[in-house]
Ligand binder design. Structure first.
Ligand SMILES: Cc1ncc(COP(=O)(O)O)c(C=O)c1O
Length: 390
């Protein structure tokens, strides 16, 4: 292979692979050898897409709707989403401000291109969803990590925003509910973050991908509080459509044109079949299914948090959304990667090491997902008890 010219330090050298993928690959190898593995590492719902969505997808295929759509997405889907903001949050968002993307991942990469320039700094919490810091690295920018612990519900405070903000900071990226911690920004804290960003003239991006999968009465969208914020969301989690690769972003009026140009260039359009299928996500039949599933996730959360505490994990009393528990393993180990390896190899339980999500106290944390059925969770707890309660 011919060598490329030396262009100085490569920002891509900072882009990390996911350790959870290594865990999943090893779990599959063990399964191929006939072992039963309890999957508590997976970050997607265990249910397949709701039947109305599958039916709508099939219909779209049969009707030959296989062409590109507009870069911003199908107009009826953008209108449905505007209705979703109206109904769920009482907030008016014009469909023009909503762009359909290939997953939240496509939305995050578009917004990174839109908002971040080489040399910028972007404030994010540590721990956070790993792709976020990688998208910032890809722009030759610097993720500015705010360490957040359990005592602050794993969300940054305004005092920390002041403390970690630097001269090059251009924005603040938050997630509520958070992956890996399942905690949210309460309304007043989200408002304080909006006020902070406005007063410091920083852009504010909020990842709301786990909205819908929440177990609290009040989970505000940032758009209720600040219409100048950027929002990322997706059909992957609450709507159960991970493999269709469909999400959306909401941008302020001034950014619609440039966001559209980026969408045209980055991916032309999101999948036409997926968009047509997603139209059925707004039917009452689909909503009933989503709500039943949300209820099942809540029951799993209740069971698992109590069981993990009994075993000796330290964790938040307050898993408010998503399907993750970020558990402190210091009673058992000071090395989460070794801990996860041993649990998988010796006891057939797959967890995600905390080191996937950041640096702050990450070695003494694991992410435990309740994305498997109750019987499997019970088996997982039995195995964890046997392994850890000596
Ligand atoms: C916080 C967060 N944001 C974004 C994504 C990307 O999701 P998708 O591209 O499937 O919509 C994920 C996936 O797990 C996530 O946890």
């Amino acid at each position: 292979m011919s060598s490329l010219p030396n262009r100085g330090p490569d920002p891509l050298s900072k882009v990390n692979p996911f350790r959870v993928m290594t865990v999943m690959a090893r779990a599959q190898e063990l399964e191929a050898q006939g072992r039963r593995i309890v999957h508590m590492e997976v970050g997607e719902p265990d249910y397949s897409s709701a039947q109305p969505i599958i039916d709508a997808g099939k219909k779209a295929l049969d009707a030959g709707l296989t062409q590109y759509t507009a870069a911003t997405g199908l107009a009826p889907l953008r209108e449905s989403l505007a209705g979703y903001y109206e109904q769920n949050y009482g907030v008016e968002v014009s469909p023009e401000r909503i762009l359909i993307t290939p997953g939240a991942s496509g939305g995050l990469s578009l917004l990174a291109n839109l908002l971040v320039r080489a040399g910028d700094g972007v404030l994010i919490s540590d721990p956070a969803y790993p792709c976020v810091r990688n998208f910032i690295h890809m722009m030759s920018a610097q993720p500015q990590l705010i360490p957040v612990g359990i005592e602050q519900n794993f969300q940054p405070s305004v005092a920390q925003l002041d403390q970690y903000c630097e001269n090059n900071t251009s924005g603040l990226w938050l997630a509520s509910p958070s992956n890996p911690t399942g905690t949210i920004l309460e309304r007043e804290d989200l408002k304080a973050a909006c006020d902070w960003a406005a007063s410091k003239q920083k852009h504010l991006l909020v990842d709301e991908i786990y909205h819908g999968l929440h177990y609290v009465d009040d989970l505000p969208s940032v758009l209720e509080l600040d219409q100048s914020a950027f929002v990322v969301n997706s059909f992957s989690k609450y709507f159960g459509m991970t493999g269709w690769r469909l999400g959306w972003i909401v941008v302020p009026d001034d950014y619609i044109e440039m966001a559209t140009i980026l969408a045209q260039n980055l991916y032309i359009s999101a999948s036409s079949i997926a968009q047509n299928a997603a139209l059925a996500a707004f039917t009452p039949e689909a909503k009933t299914i989503f709500e039943e599933r949300r209820h099942a996730f809540r029951q799993r959360r209740d069971y698992l948090t109590a069981a993990l505490k009994d075993i000796g994990f330290s964790l938040s009393e307050n898993i408010q959304g998503a399907f993750y528990i970020y558990a402190d393993i210091s009673r058992f180990s000071d090395d989460c990667e070794e801990f996860c390896r041993d649990l998988l190899e010796e006891h057939g339980v797959a967890l995600t090491p905390g080191t996937d999500f950041g640096d702050f106290e990450s070695k003494r944390h694991v992410r435990i997902a309740f994305t498997t059925d109750m019987d499997s969770l019970v088996l997982g707890v039995e195995r964890l008890s046997k392994a850890l309660l000596k």
